[in-house]
Design a protein around this ligand. Structure first.
Ligand SMILES: *Cc1c(COP(=O)(O)O)cnc(C)c1O
Length: 221
């Protein structure tokens, strides 16, 4: 895999306001360093054990994003260094991040994951649950997490119109949430959607972060 070339091609195809997260799960530090040495600094991982094994041996100015399902008892392992958690799918998880981030005196940007796909295997708040949670207002007391936007994963299908419809719906919900709860909150600005198979559609539908693995590093074993 020509990691450098793949990253360059993706970057040339996305607007300047969209950031690329190179999802390096299942790929070793040698591959990650190839991307790093080509100037890429933002990486994503989806499993805690794997991330904490890799991170100590890699350059400290890498910006790590956690994108996978996160168990509450593992939060403490990643809060000391992670720059963003994309996959907050319950209020209990957000509370745990608040507590653990407080313990290490950090503020962690977090995205609320919204269930937009057909598949039940993908997690996240429904729009109604997310709205309820935000309405309850408890999160306003949290000083160590910043709700910085939303994340979603579309149905895995080659039916472009279906994927586009799901992204469009999430973008609409994002605008509604922003207007109602975060109108005066500049840091609520991230919409994380789009992977190898659908990031071009996500970009057209207004995302700000894309999470791409296979298109950069090749198939996972
Ligand atoms: C693995 C993963 C990705 C990247 O998937 P690719 O299809 O390889 O680009 C993106 N987001 C999440 C949450 C992932 O787990």
């Amino acid at each position: 895999m020509n990691v450098q070339k793949n990253i360059q091609e993706i970057k040339e195809n996305i607007p300047a306001n969209v950031r690329l997260i190179a999802v390096s799960k299942f790929h070793d530090n040698y591959e990650i360093l190839k991307a790093y040495e080509a100037g890429h600094k933002i990486f994503g991982e989806s499993r805690v054990q794997e991330l904490i094994k890799k991170q100590p041996d890699l350059p400290k100015d890498i910006e790590w994003h956690f994108v996978g399902r996160l168990q509450r008892n593992k939060v403490k392992f990643i809060v000391p260094f992670v720059e963003c958690i994309h996959s907050v799918d319950s209020k209990r998880l957000l509370l745990q991040i608040e507590r653990q981030a407080a313990a290490v005196d950090r503020i962690i940007p977090c995205l609320l994951q919204i269930h937009i796909a057909e598949e039940d295997t993908k997690t996240g708040f429904s729009e109604a649950e997310c709205w309820d949670f935000l309405s309850q207002g408890k999160w306003k007391e949290y000083k160590h997490v910043q709700i910085s936007g939303l994340m979603g994963m579309a149905t895995y299908t080659d039916k472009e119109e279906k994927v586009r419809g799901e992204f469009k719906k999430l973008r609409t919900f994002f605008d509604k949430v922003k207007g109602h709860f975060f109108a005066n909150t500049p840091y609520f600005k991230e919409l994380s959607m789009g992977m190898s198979s659908d990031y071009e559609i996500a970009v057209e539908e207004g995302c700000t972060l894309i999470r791409v693995g296979t298109k950069i590093f090749g198939e996972r074993e």
